[in-house]
Write a protein that binds this ligand. Structure first.
Ligand code: ADP
Ligand code: MG
Length: 256
């Protein structure tokens, strides 16, 4: 059975896509059959996996509105080896179209069901909003991974996301739980970051992943080569952290 995880945070630029792409590549390298679903019309996870978003015949948009099945739209990441359900600007229109469709918040869940046996892990890269697209991600998932920077305002944004997850759990998806908070772009020289990090550990205890992803320029350079950082430079500190995170995820799913 595929374990489905949403990588979500309604803030932009917090490391969602970087986390999805690198976790997908690291899981695939560890022998886990992995699918990355790009739910962001910006298509950054698609491009970062080495797939040209401008050349797609079919994309996640077609799957969500019922014009294609997953196997007609998925592609394999040439650099990462995992599968990708890619996205591009077409997806921006889906928001409006979905509203008129039956089971509008369950479209992704329904589309994944028939291919459950193909994967060990499915990772969903959510857009920076709590929109119908993110809702489709949350309704399809067993759990949420929340990447966050250890900044003062990060905690404030977190309560909105946690409330949304609680509402989805109560009304739409009883399976949904927070798997954990992942500290990303971490700079240990910053006292404030250390303080926020300690606060997170106090407050959320074992919901905070042990792996910490440092700020690392190699992770930021990798997408321009169409490669996950863990493939582009596997010796870099950032890549090592994402590989440790993948190991932690493989352990964690055994306890779910
Ligand atoms: P989101 O998907 O939440 O908008 P991204 O993953 O696209 O965030 O990250 C935002 C920017 O920060 C990107 O340019 C990305 O390359 C960069 N970035 C992400 N994680 C790191 C990191 N650990 N170290 C350095 N740069 C990073
Ligand atoms: Mg993104």
């Amino acid at each position: 059975m595929a374990r489905i995880f949403c990588v979500a945070n309604q803030k932009g630029g917090v490391g969602k896509t970087t986390t999805c792409v690198n976790l997908a590549a690291a899981l695939q390298q560890a022998g886990q059959r992995t699918l990355l679903v790009d739910l962001d019309p910006q298509g950054n996870a698609t491009m970062g996996s080495g797939i040209d978003k401008r050349a797609l015949q079919k994309s996640v948009y077609h799957v969500l509105v019922g014009l294609a099945t997953l196997d007609q739209a998925r592609a394999s990441s040439p650099s990462g080896g995992y599968d990708v359900l890619p996205a591009n600007r077409d997806l921006a229109g889906a928001e409006v179209e979905l509203v008129a469709l039956e089971r509008r918040e369950n479209r992704l869940r329904d589309a994944l069901k028939a291919f459950d046996a193909d994967y060990d892990f499915v990772l969903v890269d959510c857009p920076p909003s709590l929109s119908m697209l993110t809702l489709n991600g949350l309704c399809a998932a067993h759990g949420v991974i929340i990447p966050m920077q250890c900044e003062y305002y990060a905690l404030e944004g977190l309560s909105d996301l946690v409330n949304t997850i609680k509402k989805v759990h109560a009304n739409l998806n009883r399976d949904l739980k927070i798997i954990g908070l992942l500290r990303v772009m971490f700079d240990p020289r910053m006292t404030l970051q250390q303080q926020v990090s300690a606060q997170l550990e106090n407050h959320f205890a074992d919901k905070v992943f042990r792996a910490i992803v440092p700020r690392n320029v190699r992770l930021a350079e990798a997408p321009s080569h169409g490669m996950p950082g863990v493939i582009f430079d596997k010796a870099a500190k950032g890549a090592q952290a994402y590989m440790a995170f993948a190991t932690e995820m493989i352990e964690r799913v055994k306890t779910l």
